[in-house]
Design a protein around this ligand. Sequence first.
Ligand SMILES: [Zn+2]
Length: 341
Amino acid sequence: MQSKSSALLPRRRFLQTVGTATGFTVLPLAYASRVFAEENSVISGPKVPDIAATKLDEQVYCVISPWGFPSVENQGMMSNVTFVTTQKGVVVIDSGASRQIGEMVLRQIRKVTPSPIAAVINTHYHGDHWLGNHAFVNENPDVPIYAHEKTLLAIKTGQGQFWTHLMERSTHNATLGTVVTPPNKIVAHGDVLDFGDTQIKVHFYGTAHTPSDISLELVGRKIVHVGDVAMDNRIAFMDDGSFRGTFKNYDALEAAVPGALWIPAHGNPGKQVLAHNRELFEGIYQSAEKAVQEMSGQEGAKALALDDSRVKKYAPVTKGFDENIGKYSALAYLEAESASF
Ligand SMILES: [Zn+2]
């Protein structure tokens, strides 16, 4: 965690910036750098230090990222990249926040197998889940990149530029040379992607963390990659999300694959990831509902949340909690208020 560095984009500002991403955000310095890069193709950010992949089962590996928002120090390495070795090649799930991170993951893949990259799957449109696509297209120009249609649309209508610039700015151009490489195949709920000995089933239950989240089940293995629908002891940004939608997603996922190992894109995989996240979110959301009934406003929602036993249980172990509980409570309050009509 590098949050004390003065070179960092402050967390709150990062989340606010992300939360207001509604279109093209032109940042003069980053923009100038990109133009320079395009005219001088040799200009690009440095390599990202290797993080060895963690083996989750015989064919499933996860490059687990340390906690942090994008910074000079972490070069944008802030989210997990999962890969599955199959009969038809390697399937990458969420590709990291830059071409350089994708290349680092490729180096880890090559320690395990020489097989070609068979597919990339992006769980949603936040840039730390798809900017690394560029590296895998460089490796295999024909690679299919799967995502929900809302992810593709968001990347093509603003999130692509927004995230490219945001990563460059917050890492002081460590991600430079990363070109927006959107998904090229659409998937929907219930689709099953066949990789010979491995089938990957798509689960989509509407808005949770964003309107576009897909979760990916490795069929028959009780392993589900949930992207940012749930996090392990971390607080997700929820500006585009829904607490009620998150509970609905958890209900559906737990019913579809009971007892699964859940792989989050932030934090460690585990069987309790959904249960723990649900408890924290219920503490926040039910406090907000109570505040709506009492008409005590967003401050009331925050006070009730901080006093809730479930929230108290997870607050000390949840990274980013103190900085974001006010915003979370406010978002929960607004959602509870609109749901009450
Ligand atoms: Zn996200």
